[in-house]
Design a protein around this ligand. Structure first.
Ligand SMILES: Nc1ncnc2c1ncn2[C@@H]1O[C@H](COP(=O)(O)OP(=O)(O)O)[C@@H](O)[C@H]1O
Ligand SMILES: [Mg+2]
Length: 375
């Protein structure tokens, strides 16, 4: 599962992607009750009765409201399980900004939703696997994942993240920049969905062969009346420049902090882009021009994290099948397999730490399927 700041996806082995919905929860403020989750809740944004509020609990890559996150996670996992609970194993990708305590809490919530074991994967690692990068090889690969609330830049080699950066700038900040521009220049107040639509219709990070136009509608700040407005792609590009530049700077900073040998690999093979934000027109060209490196978009930027998580399920199986044989050769083999599993679950880099796989299921009083473990 990919628990993203903008979209959450669930991939079930043998079935493919079964859930792809916005990470939104609609809550009734009077009762605190969750009214809807995902696509249903998203439809309520900006159109809700006064007491119903639609929130994005992970908006800035940190958990703003843990209870909401937990309910959302539970909903998606149940939906992904399609009634065949409990799901045996869940590989979960969360934004790297969340704290260790929150990570553990998210794991607990996944178990409580019916999973028998849960493994956490660093998002850039899953993105890299999903994009088909050779993460286990002793060669440096760079992945740039531009999501809704965050951008994660990482250099990966030998199954581990060698250097990385996570900034709280992504698609949402681009939308905000558009809204701010329209308000500042035209005195027109537009909603976040309208701003996002303008970005999708005509936004870019590099000069276009053919410049575009789009329309936005909002409320005139002076008259209070509804008004529509044409926006050109050049002015949108200017409006988007600040968040785009912050992303490019994060890429350059990460390159600077990369050991020379790995940096040489990256300059040979280039940078791979993942995440919905990389669908912005010309962002690849912009990064290419500012770094001087080759840049390629992953085949499916919106789904590559969950596909990578799905692929890592296979790695877990490999480890489980591995017999704890004796002798150097067997140890070497196990080490190699462990390495690749740690690649998918690098909560700890200590090879002996047992905390990584799998977490014991929390006991559920009264549920004989999950008896409490004798302490
Ligand atoms: N064609 C597009 N052009 C620009 N931005 C896009 C496009 N499609 C999606 N996005 C943006 O991608 C972001 C969501 O990307 P996603 O990878 O799903 O985020 P997350 O992983 O944080 O949930 C949103 O901000 C959305 O506006
Ligand atoms: Mg993501």
């Amino acid at each position: 599962m990919d628990l993203g700041t903008a979209n959450s996806l669930v991939f079930v082995r043998g079935e493919g992607i079964v859930v792809f919905e916005p990470s939104v929860v609609a809550v009734d403020d009077r009762t605190g009750e969750v009214q809807a989750v995902g696509a249903d809740a998203s439809r309520m944004i900006g159109r809700t009765p006064a007491s119903i509020r639609a929130i994005r609990p992970l908006r800035h890559g940190v958990i703003a409201d843990f209870e909401m996150t937990e309910q959302m996670l539970r909903y998606f996992i149940r939906k992904g399980g399609g009634g065949r609970l409990p799901l045996a194993q869940v590989v979960l990708c969360v934004p790297s900004g969340i704290t260790k305590v929150e990570r553990e809490a998210v794991q607990e919530a996944t178990l409580a939703a019916g999973a028998r074991a849960v493994y956490l994967v660093e998002e850039p690692m899953a993105a890299a696997i999903g994009a088909g990068l050779p993460v286990a090889e002793p060669r440096g690969s760079m992945i740039v994942d531009i999501g809704g609330g965050t951008t994660e830049v990482a250099v990966i080699s030998l199954g581990g993240i060698v250097s990385s950066q996570s900034i709280k700038v992504g698609g949402y900040e681009m939308d905000e920049a558009v809204a701010k521009h329209v308000q500042g220049h035209y005195g027109l107040l537009i909603g976040e969905e309208t701003a996002e639509q303008a970005k999708l219709d005509a936004g870019s990070a590099w000069e276009l062969a053919e410049e575009l136009e789009c329309q936005v509608g909002g409320r005139d700040l002076q008259s209070g009346m509804l008004r529509r407005l044409e926006l050109g792609s050049e002015e949108l590009r200017n409006a988007l420049d600040a968040p785009v530049q912050r992303i490019v700077t994060a890429v350059k900073d990460t390159l600077e902090g990369t050991p020379p040998e790995l940096a040489a690999d990256i300059s040979d093979r280039g940078i791979v882009l993942a995440g919905g934000g990389t669908l912005l027109r010309g962002i690849d060209q912009r990064i290419r021009s500012e770094t001087g490196l080759e840049v390629a978009r992953a085949e499916s930027p919106l789904t590559c994290v969950v596909l990578g998580a799905g692929e890592s399920l296979n790695e877990l199986e490999t480890l489980k099948r591995a017999r704890p044989g004796r002798g150097r050769k067997a140890r070497g083999r196990r080490f190699h397999q462990l390495r690749s599993v740690y690649a998918v679950a690098p909560i700890s880099t200590d090879m002996d730490a047992p905390c990584v796989l799998p977490r014991e299921r929390a006991s559920h009083p009264g549920d004989e399927r999950f008896p409490a473990k004798p302490s």
